[in-house]
Write a protein that binds this ligand. Structure first.
Ligand SMILES: *Cc1c(COP(=O)(O)O)cnc(C)c1O
Length: 400
């Protein structure tokens, strides 16, 4: 093979000073993805950016700023604590807590101007009282369970709940929404049925004189696959982070010529390189053994407590110097190892053999190679959502 000047994408050494492993967040990709998703909507349709779980591991405070500038008008969080943190980071946009929190959290909802998704009379009453006492509007969104059986008021109970709450001047219904269980399927009977239940109850609310406020139902897959479910606002999460909720959504996007870029990469630097003798083993249980000479075992300071899951052990690959290498041995809590089959002809690739300090990519691009969240998800039998959430837990996040 010839030496080539073009080595493709070369990852930078962005290691924080305290640890040689980090998550890289590409804010340009994030901005483009939000604009791309917004571009699929009619101009009057709003976008709620879902930043729960620290923006799926990407860092909610930093990401929310980018999303706001790129066209998001509102934010969605899972917990009151997440909402408070977003406010304390300076976010002034409306924030929806996507499920009804415990009543003991009501004082924080009011103090930080967080709108709860609510579905129970007692909660609504207590919230309305607290808001009125603070001289603030008790803004809320009504959540309706149209068939996912997770949370929300059942369609047949909606009107009665609203009648019970009607007298309370402190409460203001800012929106009404539902969540789809099978939005990632096309021509799916269950999706159609949920949508029909939702359309019917919205019509009934209006007929009975109740203003549903901003009506919304679509998550990322519904936004892409079911434009008829956009209503007044969509609630997108995973798509903004450049990941596809399902293979069908990816196909549809490819067909439309719409492109999303993964926002998160995960990198580390090699802390040690050994060239053990044949027969030596690697990591707990010595589940990998050196089978021939000229194999380097490189150590990186990242482990399952950082989201580099133990289930990846001996299955994942890493990239170094634009080449794929096998992760070997059990992944530890804070460290992992990979094997480099040393290239005897050292002329064409300067990064094989590897050295201490070399940048390694666990997820993301290096050269012409790419390891995706979906690649890792497949190994652990999970979905890309869970992969990025986990990588966000302990690693430093570097925004580029
Ligand atoms: C998480 C969540 C979303 C976003 O879903 P994505 O598939 O990531 O787009 C939307 N709505 C609700 C209620 C959610 O819990």
């Amino acid at each position: 093979m010839e030496a080539t000047a073009d080595r493709g994408f070369v990852p930078k050494d962005l290691a924080p000073k305290d640890r040689w492993s980090w998550v890289e967040i590409d804010t340009h990709a994030l901005r483009r993805n939000v604009q791309t998703l917004k571009g699929l909507l009619p101009p009057e349709t709003k976008m709620l950016a879902v930043v729960k779980a620290d923006a799926y591991g990407h860092g909610a405070a930093e990401c929310a700023k980018v999303m706001k500038l790129a066209g998001a008008s509102m934010f969605g969080v899972a917990t009151v604590k997440e909402g408070v943190e977003l406010r304390e980071a300076g976010c002034i946009a409306p924030i929806l807590v996507l499920s009804q929190p415990p009543e003991t959290a009501i004082d924080d909802l009011v103090a930080y101007d967080l709108q709860p998704a609510l579905f129970e009379f007692e909660f609504a009453l207590a919230y309305g009282e607290a808001a009125a006492a603070a001289n603030k509007p008790g803004n809320y969104h009504l959540i309706i369970d149209t068939g996912m059986t997770r949370t929300g008021v059942l369609p047949e109970d909606v009107l009665e709940l609203l009648r019970q709450l009607d007298f309370h001047r402190g409460l203001v219904c800012q929106g009404t929404f539902t969540h789809f269980a099978t939005a990632d399927l096309m021509q799916d009977w269950d999706f159609e049925l949920q949508k029909k239940h939702f359309d019917d109850i919205i019509a009934e609310m209006r007929n009975a004189g109740f203003d549903p406020g901003v009506v919304h139902g679509a998550n990322t897959p519904a936004s892409i696959l079911h434009p008829e479910s956009h209503y007044d606002m969509v609630r997108v999460g995973i798509g903004m982070y450049g990941l596809h909720p399902c293979p069908i959504a990816k196909k549809k996007f490819d067909a439309l010529g719409v492109h999303l870029d993964p926002v998160m990469s995960v990198r580390a630097k090699i802390t040690r390189v050994a060239e053990p003798e044949v027969g030596s083993g690697v990591s707990y249980g010595l589940t990998y053994r050196i089978s021939r000479p000229n194999i380097q075992i490189a150590t990186i300071p990242i482990g399952y407590a950082d989201g580099y899951r133990r289930a990846f052990s001996n299955e994942a690959e890493v990239l170094a110097g634009g080449q794929r290498h096998r992760q070997v041995g059990a992944i530890c809590m804070d460290q992992a190892m990979f094997a480099v089959e040393v290239n005897q002809n050292r002329t064409y690739d300067p990064k094989n053999p590897v050295e201490v300090g070399d940048v390694v990519t666990l997820m993301g691009r290096d050269g012409y190679e790419h390891i995706t969240a979906d690649d890792l998800a497949r190994i652990a039998r999970t979905i890309n959502y869970e992969i990025t959430c986990d990588f966000g837990l302990r690693l430093n996040k570097i925004y580029i």
